[in-house]
Design a protein around this ligand. Structure first.
Ligand SMILES: *Cc1c(COP(=O)(O)O)cnc(C)c1O
Length: 362
């Protein structure tokens, strides 16, 4: 026994389990478990990364001015209201570190993203889980859970792992009804996949209590590099910058992200393929007798009859080299989350699940 012990809350954190990427004994695997871009990163981002290798002896930019200006230009944002992080995970972490301490509450929803709870506990705060309604975030239930101790409310919109979407008027209603000691964090990791949705950028621009987070890990295919950003009122950005490491993003990461966000043609191609294939994949699942909500992201949530059936379907998919995500940890044990891959991947998944359901019925 020693007197060494971590801060309260830390031992309550269950280690994050990422999407599987290999299967023992299977070489030809298709990974559909982490919502990665099936087309990879933009070729221009790859070139920028390679070019950045020449400057590896240099410390990177600390204010990220060039990347922030590219993001601002492409998304119509104010560059000085942006903070870049090591993935949007780091922005989530900064928010908890800056605004949450012992005795403070942080609201997340029933099927919400695991990082909200992890970062809350790491800061010594108390996660408060709010029920959803048919796998949809419910604004009134969130409002009913707010107390004087509430500091943050996290919502992913579109949501992961459900792929559902809360319309902007509901989000606005929530932002307006929250007491002014509460920050609403709109996690826009999948915002680009919902046509016409700005991720809550405008709301973050006009309201002092709204923060938007975005990532380069999904649409931009740069999960391996770790780049994300937050968008908020200058007062919040100023707070977060004080706890940000001065060199949190590497030079190659900054260069690749900038090239990626400026590559409109590649982005448009990925979005168009995703929209077409997610519709096709959902239809195929419904045809096979598997329930599936309309997807607003780059994955679908396949709902089986029972958790046993979902486990059996998962085993069948794995036997064919198809890796999807079990989401029991998100309180959806009868579901499998399937990333929308390229056309071949979607066809293989649809075929495998159709065969599986036929065998079940026989
Ligand atoms: C993937 C994902 C993120 C992105 O995390 P990064 O740290 O930017 O890779 C954030 N929120 C949700 C809901 C996600 O699914």
């Amino acid at each position: 026994m020693t007197g060494i012990k971590p801060q309260p809350g830390i031992m309550d954190i269950a280690l994050y389990v990422g999407g599987k990427s290999t299967l023992e004994g299977v070489s030809d695997v298709i990974k559909l478990s982490s919502n990665e871009n099936p087309f990879g990163p933009s070729p221009k981002a790859q070139d920028a990364l390679v070019a950045a290798a020449r400057d590896l002896h240099r410390y990177p930019s600390t204010d990220h001015a060039s990347l922030r200006s590219a993001i601002a230009q492409v998304h119509g944002l104010q560059a000085e209201n942006i903070i870049c992080g090591v993935g949007s995970d780091e922005i989530i972490h900064f928010l908890c570190q800056a605004y949450v301490g012992a005795g403070d509450e942080v609201i997340h929803t029933e099927h919400g993203f695991a990082m909200y709870r992890i970062s809350t506990l790491a800061a010594g705060g108390t996660p408060v889980e709010v029920a959803e309604c048919d796998r949809r975030v419910d604004v009134d239930r969130i409002l009913a859970a707010v107390t004087p101790a509430t500091r943050l409310v996290f919502i992913a919109n579109p949501a992961n792992p459900t792929a559902t979407f809360v319309p902007m008027d509901e989000i606005t209603r929530l932002a307006e009804a929250l007491p002014d000691h509460v920050i609403l964090v709109l996690d826009g990791a999948y915002a680009e996949f919902e046509p016409g949705y700005d991720g809550g950028a405008q709301l973050a621009e006009t309201r002092a209590n709204v923060v938007m987070t975005r990532t380069f890990s999904k649409l931009y295919g740069l999960g391996g590099l770790r780049v994300g950003y937050g968008y908020a009122d200058r007062a919040i950005i100023d707070v977060l910058n004080r706890i940000r490491g001065p060199f949190n993003l590497s030079g190659p990461a900054l260069a690749a992200a900038e090239a990626a966000v400026l590559d409109h043609a590649f982005t448009e191609h990925c979005l168009a393929e995703n929209a077409r294939l997610r519709r096709w994949l959902r239809e195929a699942l419904l045809q096979a007798g598997v329930a599936c909500d309309e997807s607003h992201a780059n994955f679908v949530l396949a709902r089986f009859e029972t958790s046993d059936e979902a486990d059996a379907a998962n085993a069948h998919l794995q036997s064919l080299g198809l890796i999807v995500r079990q989401v029991g940890g998100y309180k959806l044990p009868a579901c499998l989350r399937i990333t929308v891959g390229d056309e071949t991947a979607c066809q293989r998944v649809a075929e495998a699940i159709t065969t599986f359901k036929k065998a079940q019925a026989a």
